[in-house]
Design a protein around this ligand. Structure first.
Ligand code: BG6
Length: 478
């Protein structure tokens, strides 16, 4: 019989990414990153897709990463607020170009390393365990310009250097690492996911899968180096998850949903099971894609699988084999049909708490490794009062239902779960739209889409609610 409890030491917390919160985009000798040249507004999507070349910033566009919420100068205050909520864990990412401004520098940038030292020290002072994403949509622009980013095998070497430096430097401060944020995003937003920009007429699928191979090799090397430097390190992969439902019980629809899910599982199958799955080999053959592997690649993948599986979950997905119905697909990053049984957020992201329980079970059945929910949440417009207080019952409602589903997966179904870090625990820049008004946080930040605002932080109603949830280890969901 299951209990209603989560395990002792469950890692409650929140998640962010450097490019969406740090700001200070050229301070402390930081170099320019891919994310720094992705503007807000109508050009964001074509740039993020790698279809529109933007290698420098111009005066016509607004680039939200440049200041973001200025976590770079506010980290002490922000971490103190996380501590007040009782966070056990804080997920953040490193800006690669803060540590290697050009990606290929002979020496790392001491100022960048010191910044993360200070951030980790601040976390540890409050008893908060850092969970570090090594790269979260982030490549030094110099590597895009000189070698075409992840389309080049040379990236593996530069990433390896980064890992050696950070693992050695932070080995006594950080235990949990994720190699690539939402590694499957590379297929959907190739510039955001991997710094890929396409040339006219080239086989984009071939470029993407070759880049994916490089990231998978880099991830395995990181895992190897990590375990050599500190055997206590726990290394995770990270999937943009959410199961794909079949639109009807027609076997063709069910088959289509399996194929859709495999597009995403492919990455985790390699990172967790240690080899290219046979369905992926066939799929690549059929598309005439010949992945260039080096000697030793297969062995490396086999011997260096991840310790745990982390994922983001915002919604389930829906697909149909009927081309007429598929034509109605919503214009989301991950194309999906509208599920008539689900409500959606103001941005059209469908809300499906049971889908989280389904996803947890499917991933656990498939990989039999501990899971970690490292993103989940509701992006919504908030209307603060004059003190910045927001009555965000809609956010509380979303999170409550998802936490219930997560507890069911643990207690009723026996899923092994390490922790839960909802996305954007403090308001930050939206990755897909570049907006500030798509807010996820327990903490309101006074800043608008155009970059105006005092950056003042204030506690929302959900702040007090989440504090209680953590205090009671998920027993009291209000
Ligand atoms: C995930 C990313 O895709 O979803 C985050 O890892 C992102 O970087 C989050 O912010 C929410 O998406 P959005 O587009 O609402 O910011």
């Amino acid at each position: 019989m299951g209990t209603n409890r989560l395990p002792e030491g469950f890692l409650w917390g929140g998640a962010t990414a450097a490019n969406q919160c740090e700001g200070a985009y050229l301070e402390g000798k930081k170099g320019l990153s891919t994310v720094d040249v992705i503007p807000a507004g109508k050009d964001r999507f074509p740039v993020g897709m790698g279809k529109m070349k933007m290698f420098e910033c111009d005066k016509e566009h607004y680039y939200p990463s440049h200041e973001a919420i200025d976590f770079y100068h506010h980290y002490k205050e922000d971490i103190a607020l996380f501590a007040e909520m009782g966070f056990k864990c804080f997920r953040l990412s490193l800006a690669w170009a803060r540590i290697f401004p050009n990606g290929d520098d002979a020496e790392p940038n001491e100022e960048g390393l010191k910044f993360y030292d200070a951030v980790f020290d601040e976390c540890l002072k409050h008893g908060i365990e850092p969970l570090v994403t090594i790269t979260h949509f982030d490549v030094p622009m110099n590597l895009v310009k000189t070698i075409g980013s992840w389309r080049s095998r040379k990236m593996v070497g530069y990433y390896e250097r980064l890992c050696e430096v950070i693992f050695n430097r932070y080995k006594d401060k950080v235990k949990y690492w994720l190699t690539f944020n939402e590694i499957n995003m590379l297929l959907h937003l190739p510039f955001i996911g991997a710094g890929l920009v396409f040339e006219e007429g080239e086989n984009q699928e071939a470029v993407k899968y070759q880049a994916a191979h490089h990231q998978l090799i880099a991830s395995a090397k990181a895992t190897k180096i990590a375990h050599e430097i500190n055997p206590e390190f726990k290394i995770g992969c990270m999937l943009a998850a959410g199961n794909t439902y079949a639109n009807t019980c027609a076997p063709e629809d069910v088959w289509k949903s399996i194929e859709k899910d495999r597009e995403n599982y492919f990455f985790i199958d390699v990172q967790s099971r240690g080899e290219y799955p046979s369905y992926a080999k066939r799929m690549l053959e059929k598309q005439d894609i010949d992945i260039k592997m080096e000697e030793g690649d297969e062995e490396l993948l086999k011997n260096n699988t991840v310790d745990f599986i982390s994922f983001s979950y915002y919604s389930s997905r829906l697909t149909s084999a009927d081309p007429e119905i598929s034509a109605e697909t919503e214009g989301n990053v991950f194309a999906t049909l509208k599920n008539p049984y689900l409500k959606a957020s103001e941005w059209g992201w469908q809300i499906d708490p049971l889908g989280l329980r389904i996803t947890l079970n499917v991933l656990y059945d498939r990989y039999q490794k501990p899971l970690f929910i490292v993103e989940n949440g509701l992006g919504a417009v908030d209307n603060p009062d004059k003190d910045g207080y927001v009555e965000d019952d809609y956010r509380i409602g979303y999170l409550r239902e998802h936490i219930k589903a997560m507890k069911d997966a643990v207690n009723e179904d026996g899923v092994e779960l390490m922790g839960y870090t909802p996305w954007g625990c403090i308001d930050l820049v939206s990755a897909s739209t570049g907006e500030m008004k798509k807010r996820y946080g327990f903490i309101y930040v006074d800043k608008d889409n155009e970059g105006n605002g005092t950056l003042k932080r204030s506690r929302k109603k959900s702040f007090y609610w989440y504090k209680k949830v953590i205090e009671t280890n998920g027993e009291d969901l209000g």
